[in-house]
Ligand binder design. Structure first.
Ligand code: PMP
Length: 404
C-alpha cells in the first residue's frame, strides 16, 4: 500500500516519519498519513480511498476543497506574482474587507499561521501596556510556539513564566488571577468557546464573556480573542459578536483563505500605535496569492451565506448521529457549535469506543476524529451528510458488535 511505503521512506528522512498534530501514528490504527487530493467535501488518501471529510484539513477548508472562486482568485494573482519586494495591492483590499466585516477591527496585520497571529496579538498588548503577564485558560490551545505549545519538550520554564492560567467560563477564577497579578497583566487571551482536545466542548457563558470584557477594561489589559479555530465558521463578524462582546484584538487564521496559508490580527484604534511599533514580520507573510484567496473566501462566505449552510449541514449531522446512537444503544454527548462539532461516548474514559467508532467510520468512508473537534464546510450538502450518515450508522453497528 502506498501509504505504508511512504511512511517507511518518511521514517528515514523526517523525524519520527511525521511530527505534530497531523502525525497519524497518534490516531487510531486505520488512519491514513498521506493524502493525494481533495474536492468539495471529500478527500482521497494516498491509497486511493475517498472519504466524506469532516476534518476540513483541521479547519482551513471552509468552502470545500478547490472552491472555484477561491482557485480563480488565487490563480489570477499567481499569474502576476506571489512573493514580491513588497505586498501587492491585494493586502490593502483584504485589510479593508476585514475592517468592513469585523466590527472590532480598525486595522489588520497579516502573517501565516495561527501561532503567528496569537503571538503577534500578545506582542501588541505588551507593547501597548508595557506589562508582561498574560492570562490564558487552563488547557487552551493557542499554538505551537514555546509560550503556548502543549508539550514542554524543547521549552524552558522562563518561556512560560508570564503565562498565568484561569479556568474557562469561571469569572471567579479569572478575577482571582487578575487580582494576584495586579498591575502586571497585558492581556487576557481566550478562545470563543472551550475546545480542548479529549474533552466535551463547552460554549462560552455569556456572563463570562461579558465579565472578561469588563475585567480587561477595569485593569487596563487587552482582551484578545483567539478566533483561529472558530473564526469565519460561527459568525463572520467575530465569534463573540452574537454576545455583544467585542475584543481589543483578534487572532484569525484557519478558515480565512480556504486552505491557503494566511493569518491575521485585527485590532482597535486604541492599539494601532502599539501595533505600529512592533518588529514582527516574515519572508512569506506578504505573499499575495494567499491574500487573494482570503479575499475571495470571505466574500464568498458572505455572499453565499456560507455560515448558514454550515449550520444546516452541521445540524443535520448532529440530529442523524443522535438518532443512530440511540438506535444502537450508545449514550453520546455532542458538543460545541454544530459547524465545529464533536461526539464523545458516555463512560468511555479510555476512548476505546471513540477510537473503534472513528476507525469504523473511516472504513465506511467518513473521515472524523476521535478526540479533536471536527469541522463542517459550506460544501457539505444535505445529500453528502445523508451519505455520511449511512457510513456512521454502519460504524455504530460495527462498534456495537465489537463491544457487545
Ligand atoms: N489557536 C487556536 C484556537 C487553534 O485552534 C490553533 C490551531 N489548531 C492555533 C491557535 C494555532 O494555529 P496554527 O496551527 O496555524 O499555528
Amino acid at each position: 500500500m502506498k501509504d505504508n511505503e511512504l511512511r517507511e521512506r518518511a521514517a528515514k528522512v523526517v523525524p519520527g516519519g511525521m511530527y505534530g498534530h497531523l502525525n497519524a501514528a497518534i490516531f487510531a490504527p486505520g488512519y491514513p498519513q498521506f493524502f493525494e487530493s481533495g474536492s468539495g467535501c471529500r478527500q482521497t488518501d494516498a491509497n486511493g480511498r475517498e472519504y466524506i471529510d469532516f476534518m476540513c484539513s483541521w479547519g482551513p477548508i471552509v468552502l470545500g476543497h478547490r472552491h472555484p472562486k477561491v482557485e480563480e482568485a488565487a490563480q489570477r494573482q499567481l499569474a502576476k506574482g506571489d512573493t514580491l519586494n513588497g505586498p501587492g495591492p491585494i493586502m490593502v483590499e483584504l485589510a479593508e474587507l476585514l475592517v468592513d466585516t469585523v466590527p472590532s477591527a480598525d486595522w489588520a496585520m497579516f502573517s501565516k499561521n495561527g501561532t503567528d497571529a496569537t503571538t503577534q496579538a500578545l506582542m501588541v498588548a505588551r507593547a501597548a501596556t508595557g506589562r508582561h503577564k498574560v492570562l490564558m485558560a487552563h488547557g487552551a490551545y493557542h499554538g505551537a510556539d514555546p509560550w503556548c505549545t502543549p508539550s514542554m519538550m524543547g521549552v524552558t520554564p522562563n518561556q512560560r513564566a508570564d503565562m498565568i492560567e484561569f479556568a474557562y467560563n469561571s469569572l471567579e477564577s479569572l478575577e482571582a488571577v487578575a487580582a494576584e497579578h495586579d498591575g502586571e497583566v497585558a492581556a487576557i487571551i481566550v478562545t470563543p468557546f472551550k475546545h480542548d482536545s479529549f474533552e466535551d466542548q463547552e460554549l462560552v457563558e455569556p456572563e463570562f464573556a461579558r465579565g472578561a470584557r469588563a475585567l480587561a477594561d477595569r485593569i487596563g489589559a487587552a482582551l484578545v480573542i483567539d478566533d483561529v479555530r472558530a473564526g469565519f465558521r460561527i459568525d463572520l463578524r467575530g465569534s463573540w459578536e452574537p454576545y455583544g462582546v467585542r475584543p481589543d484584538l483578534t487572532a484569525w487564521s484557519k478558515a480565512m483563505a480556504n486552505g491557503y496559508p494566511i493569518a491575521a490580527v485585527t485590532g482597535t484604534d486604541a492599539l494601532r500605535s502599539a501595533a505600529q511599533t512592533l518588529y514582527s514580520t516574515g519572508s512569506f507573510w506578504f505573499s499575495a496569492v494567499a491574500m487573494a484567496a482570503a479575499k475571495a473566501t470571505i466574500e464568498t462566505l458572505r455572499d453565499e451565506n456560507g455560515i448558514k449552510q454550515m449550520e444546516l449541514a452541521g445540524s443535520r449531522l448532529r440530529d442523524g448521529l443522535a438518532r443512530q446512537a440511540l438506535a444502537h444503544g450508545f449514550g453520546v454527548n455532542q458538543t460545541g457549535p454544530v459547524a465545529i462539532p464533536w461526539l464523545s461516548f458516555e463512560g468511555d474514559a479510555d476512548l476505546s469506543r471513540a477510537l473503534y467508532w472513528s476507525d469504523a467510520c473511516l472504513r465506511n468512508g467518513v473521515y472524523i476524529h476521535p478526540w479533536h473537534n471536527w469541522f463542517l464546510s459550506a460544501a457539505h450538502t444535505e445529500a453528502d451528510v445523508d451519505e455520511a450518515l449511512e457510513g456512521t450508522d454502519r460504524a455504530f453497528a460495527e462498534t456495537r458488535a465489537h463491544f457487545g
